[in-house]
Design a protein around this ligand. Sequence first.
Ligand SMILES: Cc1cc2nc3c(=O)[nH]c(=O)nc-3n(C[C@H](O)[C@H](O)[C@H](O)COP(=O)(O)OP(=O)(O)OC[C@H]3O[C@@H](n4cnc5c(N)ncnc54)[C@H](O)[C@@H]3O)c2cc1C
Length: 434
Amino acid sequence: MSKCNPVMIGAVHRDSIAMRYSAFSVFLNALRGNKGWTPAWRSPVPKNHYDVIIVGGGGHGLATAYYLAKEFGVTNVAVLEKGYVGSGNVGRNTTIIRSNYLLQGNNPFYELSMKLWEGLEQDFNFNAMVSQRGVLNLYHSDAQRDAYTRRGNAMRLHGVDADLLDRNAVRQLLPFLDFDNARFPIQGALMQRRGGTVRHDAVAWGYARGADSRGVDIIQNCEVTGIRRENGRVVGVETSQGFIGCGKLALAAAGNSTTVADMVDLKLPIESHVLQAFVSEGLKPFIDNVVTFGAGHFYVSQSDKGGLVFGGDIDGYNSYAQRGNLATVEHVAEAGVAMIPALSRVRVLRAWGGVMDMSMDGSPIIDRTAIDNLYLNAGWCYGGFKATPASGFCYAHLIAKNEPHETGRAFRLDRFARGRMIDEKGVGSQPNLH
Ligand SMILES: Cc1cc2nc3c(=O)[nH]c(=O)nc-3n(C[C@H](O)[C@H](O)[C@H](O)COP(=O)(O)OP(=O)(O)OC[C@H]3O[C@@H](n4cnc5c(N)ncnc54)[C@H](O)[C@@H]3O)c2cc1C
């Protein structure tokens, strides 16, 4: 479980109106027939006007609201969510967290996120099941080993833990992998021991509860259908619950970023694609870590209930649908079986899809827009879950101070015009490949 948070990010504390969770409160409520629990957050009627409205009650929107209230004292905030909290990608991802990035802009940002994950449960008083079980990226050739060595060195230069494991060391941890696969023999792995998994919907619930207890209104079933402007500035949003005015409008709509930005004729360098995830029947514990295949796109971990949680590539064509297609199911299964042959005997229990906001260079955007009081948080591609704490913190900083936080400064919208791409994968301007 998590340790103390080594990141100093201020300490604005207000008396919480939510009950405090502890072993003692569990004990006490058990004695009282569990009748003392209160809802984790309110269901308020929207006010006429807020200082800040956040569009999207996913991980990033809720984390932003939480840090706005907690770190920057901005509490007259509403989070508008068209469905229910956790119905988007924050509750659909494969729960992997890591900070094993190569590039300058990415590396410190994802490491800030990792440090925030490490203190998150104490910070928002919620059990998010942060599990630093280690992430291994397998390599299958000399060239791939060299690339991973370079990445590991870059990580270490930034103070991030990284270990290059040889074949025998990997075999000790994961003896069931197909080491002698004729096409993709496993030579070793780059391991980040502090990487791991976090229970994704608990993250949404924890941030929602923490934000609500500091005065933020979380309004579910409230779809933003239009953005009203006067003299160039945003004055509020049209919603399925009527017009709501605001001083600042912050978009955090993930896979729907382009449709929301369209409401102010803002064209984003983003395509929406579907990514699927899968869970198997429960098995006895056998995968202790998160493992990713280096010769195809496949990643797997085992949940506390025993199910294997895994995924692979996006479906490959644009879509706003939260469901995937069979061709990708086959593709993912092939990659999985190439890495772990025994998977061929495991039954899949559930599969689902989420809509991904794939940016042109595979990196996110946390920035102001050309419209003075409109802010943008988007382009998280495959990697937005692990970024949730740092994204929320940097976005809250930007909204509160109108200045980017140092750690998120690279994620500017105009980097595409200035040629300052952050192409971690090195695949060029192909959003579907990032
Ligand atoms: C299958 C899958 C696996 C993934 N695996 C990982 C992983 O292992 N690790 C990792 O780091 N990342 C992973 N990701 C990516 C990660 O989940 C996303 O990048 C991240 O969750 C996006 O940010 P969010 O949580 O704010 O998004 P969301 O939870 O999607 O939040 C956006 C919210 O905006 C709402 N919204 C949209 N339009 C409107 C509107 N008009 N009005 C009001 N509300 C609106 C939506 O309903 C939604 O709830 C995965 C994604 C998927 C789909």
